[in-house]
Design a protein around this ligand. Structure first.
Ligand code: SF4
Length: 368
């Protein structure tokens, strides 16, 4: 179960997620609406992981989360669940709140650090400094979080390989259980897109971003992390994010909150209305917050299975795809991938190399 909390203290310059700045009154109304959605949509289900993301979920108070998790436990079977993640951002949570969130039942914390370089943090429009990021990490440890994930970004305007290596050094020193390294996407409509378009900022070129990607692969794997997905590293198997892995292996999921997506694990994907006011209105009037849904064709399903599989070290089983969707892959193109050292084929299992993960999107389109 994914829960989307659409609030942030301030909008970051690169952000295209649905989040707004809202006062306490709106946040309280939203919390009540979310509980109502939980009661109607989750009743009787079996939940294996809970992930509170956003936005900044810690802008809802720990007491809310305590009640939310307790209600989830009352109306659904959460006995198989052993991963309860909440995201936060440095500067948006106190040590006392972290302690209360741990007591409420969250056992995994994902912190949006993004960079340990203050100039880059300003470029990204983040609300915090690198000192605050480290403080949040230390507070989380004191609060009892034994499974912490830190998010970092590369490909940030002004960033060099040298800056990036320093970020990776800080990761080695701090030793989180999980690290996510994302290549910054420049999305049209965001302030950073405009700055780049106006020539005020320049994003590092493709070659520089590749170097940063391979530096994270080399340094973190040497440090003992498993590079289990293009952007994700876990310090050992038990720290691989179960929740995120379920998106990649097409496990059914339910998303609560504005703009959250749900998937039945077979052919139907649906999503909630994006706008907070509309979401609140629908819930208040006893209506479904679902905005729309789509039926995934066999071809689309095959494409998604290959695309997601080629981004993960677990790879993808071509025979399974053929049985499930009836789609056969392009064998000539597969040979090219193998010859270019982008994948290893063992019986019907196709496993990407670190380099191959970078080509997952293009290669999957050519394979199907
Ligand atoms: S904290 Fe995250 S969700 Fe909020 S504005 Fe920044 S990037 Fe977007």
């Amino acid at each position: 179960m994914y829960v989307h909390i659409p609030f942030c203290i301030r909008k970051c310059s690169y952000c295209s997620f649905y989040s707004v700045c809202a006062d306490e009154n709106i946040r309280r109304r939203f919390g009540n609406a979310l509980l109502a959605e939980l009661r109607t949509r989750v009743k009787g289900r079996v939940i294996k992981t809970i992930y509170a993301g956003g936005g900044t979920p810690t802008l809802l108070p720990p007491v809310f989360w305590k009640g939310f998790l307790a209600q989830a436990g009352e109306i659904a079977d959460i006995s198989p669940a052993d991963e309860f993640t909440i995201e936060t951002n440095p500067g948006a949570v106190t040590e006392r709140e972290l302690f209360a969130l741990r007591q409420a039942g969250f056992n995994r914390l994902s912190i949006g650090v993004q960079s340990f370089n203050d100039t880059l943090l300003q470029t990204l429009g983040r609300i915090h400094t690198s000192y605050q990021a480290e403080e949040t990490y230390r507070s989380a440890r004191k609060a009892g979080f034994l499974n912490i994930s830190l998010d970092l970004m590369y490909g940030v305007p002004g960033q060099t390989l040298k800056n990036w290596l320093k970020d990776l050094e800080r990761i080695e020193e701090l030793g989180p259980e999980h690290v996510s390294c994302y290549d910054l996407s420049i999305i049209e409509g965001t302030p950073i897109f405009k700055s780049i378009n106006d020539g005020v900022l320049t994003k590092p070129d493709e070659e520089a971003c590749r170097d940063m990607y391979f530096a994270s692969d080399e340094i973190l794997t040497r440090r003992g992390y498993l590079h289990y997905e293009i952007s994700n590293f876990a310090h050992c198997k038990s720290y691989i994010s179960k929740h995120n892995s379920s998106y990649w292996d097409r496990t059914p999921y339910i998303g609560l909150g504005p703009s959250a997506h749900s998937f039945d694990g077979k052919v139907t994907r649906s999503w909630n209305v994006s706008f907070l006011e509309l979401y609140l209105e629908r819930i208040r009037d006893g209506q479904s917050p679902t905005a729309d849904s789509e039926i995934i064709s066999k071809e689309q399903a095959a494409l998604e299975m290959v695309m997601l599989g080629l981004r993960c070290s677990a790879g993808v089983d071509l025979k399974e795809i053929e049985i499930e969707t009836g789609i056969r892959i392009n064998k000539d193109y597969l040979k090219t991938m193998i010859n270019n050292n982008r994948v290893i084929l063992s019986e019907s299992k196709l496993v990407p190399t670190s380099e191959g993960m970078l080509y997952a999107d293009g290669d999957s389109v050519n394979l199907i």
